[in-house]
Design a protein around this ligand. Structure first.
Ligand code: PHE
Length: 361
């Protein structure tokens, strides 16, 4: 075979390999097989040394020319592949600037979550910290430490969910109120104490204004000077901020709780317009909270000295104030997970309640 035919068929083989290389890795393999140390072109160049000067005169330029052309063809193909790659990436990574700024919102914030956030925003502004406690409580935290002894009628009133008795006879309970957090807080914090404790509570009770699982927010203020006037002022300030009105029709009723002395219950004026509950004027009342000055026995149970430490506590029904504020007639609907209800009463996830920007928008 003459040198020219050999080189021509070699060149056409390499060129078709270059054209067939689908990506840069395949192309690099072609380059190595032709121009690498042991490549087909390189091997032939090595053969130049063994040639006569006469042969070398024609073979030298022919081989070097082939080498340069192959190198140029490889570079050209590489540029082509990069270009195609870029095109592809621009196509798939492209941003459609005509799309809406935010995707259509699907979910919504449940009214209870909304109201919890609102309540926390208001009390945080008054200097309260947020505390928490477990849903499953011991008898001591739910009752005993709160001055509710074994035979006290309040135990029956609470419609408690009990767990099966342990071998020692003691029974855990689903907490019937958030008041156990009062004790847990006193055990860990030093006065002055100013906390709210929002959370779930449980009682075996169900009608239009009661559900077996419901929400309360507890408040506890303990120092050396806090008195009943502070309690009343705090509740009035809260109600105005929460209901976002200048005046709220409130009723303070003397009451009794084992863990406060004196005690009072607070009702909010309301009325029904057809099936809708309206807050403010009207002759109906909805009880929203129990409150009072913390009983000395409770302060003692929390490990503090009732001779120097005093203050108030209250427990408010979150679901109740949500019903009042947002005109929701039946408490049971809160927990039925009906999508139509959630879409109607839900709130935008993008609007966090804040006192500066408004609570409910
Ligand atoms: N724990 C009481 C209840 O659930 C409410 C309450 C809390 C009353 C704190 C007084 C003080 O009804």
């Amino acid at each position: 075979m003459s040198l020219t035919t050999d080189l021509e068929s070699l060149e056409s083989d390499i060129r078709s390999a270059i054209a067939g290389a689908g990506d840069e890795r395949a192309l690099e393999a072609v380059r190595v097989s032709a121009l690498g140390k042991k490549g087909t072109v390189s091997e032939r160049l090595k053969g130049l040394g063994a040639m006569t000067p006469e042969e070398r005169k024609t073979a030298g330029p022919a081989l070097n020319g082939l080498k340069n052309q192959i190198a140029a063809a490889i570079e050209a193909r590489r540029a082509e592949l990069r270009e195609a790659d870029l095109e592809e990436r621009l196509k798939t990574e492209g941003l459609d600037v005509t799309l809406p700024v935010r995707p259509q919102q699907q979910g919504s914030v449940h009214p209870i979550t909304q109201v919890l956030e609102e309540v926390i925003a208001i009390f945080a502004d008054m200097g309260f910290a947020v505390a928490e406690g477990p849903h499953i409580e011991t008898d001591w935290y739910n009752f005993g430490a709160l001055n509710i002894p074994e035979e006290h009628p309040a135990r029956q009133e609470h419609d408690t969910f009990y767990f099966n008795p342990k071998p020692d006879g003691s029974r855990l309970v689903l907490r019937t109120h958030t008041s156990p957090v009062q004790i847990r807080t006193m055990e860990t914090a030093k006065p002055p104490i100013r906390i709210i404790a929002p959370g779930r509570t449980f009682r075996s009770d169900s009608d239009q204004t009661h559900t077996p699982m419901f929400h309360q927010v507890e408040a506890l203020v303990l120092d050396e000077t806090t008195h009943m006037g502070h309690l009343k002022g705090c509740l009035e300030a809260f109600c105005k901020a929460f209901f976002e009105v200048e005046t709220v029709k409130m009723r303070f009723r003397p009451s009794h709780f084992p863990f406060t002395e004196p005690s009072m219950e607070v009702d909010i004026g309301c009325h029904w317009e057809g099936r809708e509950l309206k807050i403010g004027e009207g002759d109906d009342w909805l009880e929203i909270l129990g409150s009072g000055m913390v009983h000395p026995n409770v302060i003692r149970a929390g490990g503090l000295d009732p001779d120097t430490i005093q203050g108030f506590a209250f427990g408010m029904g979150i679901d109740r104030i949500a019903m009042l504020k947002y005109g929701i007639p039946d408490l049971r609907a809160f927990f039925e997970a009906d999508l139509r209800w959630l879409r109607h009463y839900g709130f935008s996830a993008l609007d966090m309640p804040s006192l500066a920007e408004g609570l409910s928008r």
